[in-house]
Design a protein around this ligand. Structure first.
Ligand SMILES: Nc1ncnc2c1ncn2[C@@H]1O[C@H](COP(=O)(O)OP(=O)(O)OP(=O)(O)O)[C@@H](O)[C@H]1O
Ligand SMILES: [Mg+2]
Length: 542
């Protein structure tokens, strides 16, 4: 493992890294920072939560002179929340160097962004739709951009951002550094690479299993109508510090967050139909812990880094294995452990197997917790809370009444009644959710071209690379590794991976994203087969 001092970075950048508490570089950082510092194009793949943001941000920041007053770096993300988050991380990393960075995303008042642009930021972090708006208004000019990063590169392609990205990149000088990052690199990422990059170096620290290994994964078989009670039981039994619950549709998210609130949980919902103010408020509450359950569509699946997320629950299975990997990757980040459970209806078992196959990870089955277990869990948590109070809180003013009560009543009865009172907070209101259709097992065409092996590539890289692809950088060099170019196990023992992002209802006035019906095909190929033979369905805005 390398220290950041080994990269020969500017002292002011190093100082900011130290202040962030990063002691050693993560594997993706160790491998990509030296390459990125040379100015070479790069494709970086590593599991969720392993520091890909700093892997591209540090070299980018290091090379911008403080005296620069033009936009020289452009980072694109698929969602607004991710643009904001990346911008904040860049803000921290540029603290001592004093560069100016600005997030540019849909839903925020454009006049305010125009005013901020007058302060001449050197780094722009944006979602494609709103970036194009500014370009058309000539409030953003890309003539001087030297570095471009596509964070969640595969998602950008998948969401049908290709057209916007193509227009944006046609305005950036060809003489530039272009970096693509994601935890998942489906083979059709080659198209992005071939179109926008110049002989990229390939850096991958994805070992066999693409999902981050610190995540304890399991599935629970439930019928659609049992899901809500199952969720309540899980939440009671586990009492997550922070949890993200993924639902399939915006309606589902609305209904579910409302139902959880009715039952007394501290929950709120996030999806692309909310106003940006609402989205910001929900994220703020989740980040500061004033709610502890975030219910979200796939808009929260990618990239979001919220510390303290101990649980991810797929209330509905995601359509794509990629989405599964990114969703569960909201926990188990930066070396911490996490728990990810998925509800699977009997008709979705085949789809689950498909996810297992593509992610190369068997997801064990777990029984639905019984009511007794849920109650026991709640009681245990209450008892723990009481003990914390005994140790930490000032309870002197309650002692008088406690002594009085103890003189009259039995101590066990008193404490049992108190525990019942506290654990009984959740209201037993009955909940009806609109049922969602089961996800049908989707047959993604196995990649059979390399050695005739099925799933040799999978959506996460490797597999065959045809002629003009980037040159593979097979780290770990396991010979005979059928995953080829992209994969290359790190062998470094650090198998934590990348992160995820979220999805932008980018709110560009010139596009139809952001609401229902903003259906865009995966990469402009009419939603059919992409050049790599992968089937990509048209996807709706989340
Ligand atoms: N070298 C480091 N040492 C300690 N913590 C780090 C280091 N680099 C990054 N982190 C922290 O790890 C967390 C995850 O980083 P980041 O969000 O960049 O992951 P990612 O690989 O982009 O994940 P995803 O695929 O989900 O987007 C962040 O909280 C970040 O501050
Ligand atoms: Mg990330």
């Amino acid at each position: 493992m390398k220290t950041f001092a080994e990269f020969g970075l500017e002292p002011k950048v190093l100082q900011a890294i130290t202040e962030l508490g990063f002691e050693e570089a993560t594997p993706i950082q160790s491998k990509s920072i030296p390459i990125a510092l040379t100015g070479s194009d790069l494709i970086g793949q590593a599991q969720t939560g392993t520091g890909k943001t700093a892997a591209f941000a540090i070299p980018l920041i290091n090379k911008i002179p403080t005296s620069e007053d033009r936009i020289v770096a452009l980072i694109m993300t698929p969602t607004r929340e991710l643009a904001i988050q990346v911008s904040e991380e860049i803000g921290k990393l540029t603290k001592y160097k004093g560069l100016r960075s600005l997030p540019i995303y849909g839903g925020q008042e454009i006049g305010r962004q125009i005013r901020s642009l007058k302060k001449r930021p050197q780094i722009i972090i944006g979602t494609p739709g709103r970036l194009l708006d500014h370009i058309n208004r000539k409030t953003i000019k890309l003539d001087d951009v030297q570095t471009v990063v596509l964070d969640e590169a595969d998602e950008m392609l998948d969401m049908g951002f290709m057209e916007d990205i193509t227009s944006i990149l046609s305005l950036v000088p060809a003489e530039r550094q272009t970096m693509l990052f994601s935890a998942t690199m489906p083979p059709n990422i080659q198209r992005l690479a071939a179109q926008f990059q110049n002989n990229p170096e390939h850096v991958s620290v994805i070992p066999k299993q693409v999902s981050a290994p610190l995540i304890d994964q399991a599935y629970i078989e439930v019928h659609e109508r049992q899901k809500f009670d199952a969720l309540s039981r899980l939440l009671d039994m586990e009492s997550p510090e922070l949890a993200i619950i993924f639902g399939r549709t915006k309606r589902r998210v609305d209904e579910l967050s409302e139902a959880l609130q009715k039952r007394g949980y501290s929950a709120d919902g996030l999806h692309g139909d909310l106003s940006q103010n609402q989205r910001d408020a929900v994220m703020r509450k989740f980040r500061d812990g004033s709610i502890d359950v975030l219910v979200a569509t796939d808009v929260a699946a990618r990239g979001l880094d919220v510390s303290g997320v101990t649980h991810v629950i797929n209330f509905d299975l995601p359509q794509d294995p990629e989405s599964y990997v990114h969703r569960i990757g909201r926990t188990g980040r930066a070396g911490k452990e996490g728990t990810a459970w998925s509800f699977v209806t009997p008709r979705e078992i085949d789809h689950l197997h498909f996810i297992e196959k593509v992610t190369r990870h068997k997801i064990p089955k777990k029984p639905l917790p019984s009511i007794a277990e849920a109650i026991e869990g709640k009681q245990r948590v209450t008892a723990e809370r009481i003990l914390e109070f005994v140790q930490e809180e000032s309870i002197n003013e309650y002692k008088g009444i406690a002594i009085q009560l103890l003189e009259q009543y039995d101590s066990v009865n008193l404490l049992a009644a108190a525990i019942k009172l506290i654990t009984g907070e959740k209201k037993d209101v009955s909940i009806e959710l609109t049922p969602e259709d089961p996800i049908r097992a989707k047959k993604r065409r196995p990649d059979v071209r390399s050695n005739g092996r099925r799933f040799s590539g999978g959506p996460f890289g490797g597999g065959n690379r045809s002629g003009n692809g980037p040159r593979g950088r097979s780290e770990g060099g396991r010979s005979g590794d059928s995953r080829g170019g992209y994969s290359g196990g790190s062998g470094s023992g650090s198998s934590r991976g990348g992160y995820g992002g979220s999805r932008d209802g980018s709110g560009s006035s010139s596009s139809n994203r952001g609401g229902y019906g903003g259906s865009r095909d995966g990469g402009g190929s009419g939603g059919g087969r992409s050049s790599s033979g992968e089937y990509r369905r048209p996807r709706q805005e989340q």
